[in-house]
Design a binder for this molecule. Structure first.
Ligand code: SF4
Length: 127
């Protein structure tokens, strides 16, 4: 069983209740395709301050998460016809955020959850 923590975007918090993220996690698709089993440990909303996010990563690790996933809308945007494209997500520097979260939490941080862009291969940052 892989225990997953999800980090979502504050700017989207009142618009999306993580519907596709949770569906993908449960069915082990899209950003969760590499797992044999998945269990959701918890969900945090990303803060503007990096240090605050690193605190959240440590808490998530202490709660038993084995990996943290950044939701897809943190680093990608929705285009025409509901297709998703890399870039212009809600987080300014998602690569650095993922790298720092992995280090702080001592666990892998994966960029991606649901509806991955067609040209994107899932990136995982390790501690
Ligand atoms: S990745 Fe998609 S489903 Fe998940 S929070 Fe963002 S918009 Fe919602």
């Amino acid at each position: 069983m892989s225990k997953i923590g999800l980090f979502r975007c504050a700017d989207n918090e009142l618009k999306c209740p993580l519907t596709s993220c949770l569906k993908s996690l449960k069915s082990r698709e899209e950003g969760f395709a590499g797992y044999l089993e998945t269990e959701l440990v918890g969900i945090f909303t990303l803060q503007n301050d990096l240090e605050e996010n690193l605190k959240l990563a440590r808490i998530m690790a202490a709660k038993g998460a084995e990996a943290i996933h950044l939701v897809t809308c943190s680093f990608a945007h929705r285009g025409e016809g509901k297709t998703w494209h890399l870039g212009r997500g809600f987080v300014r520097d998602p690569d650095n955020l993922a790298r720092e979260i992995a280090k702080a939490g001592g666990l892998p941080c994966v960029k991606g959850s649901a509806h991955l862009p067609a040209d994107y291969e899932v990136e995982t940052y390790t501690a």
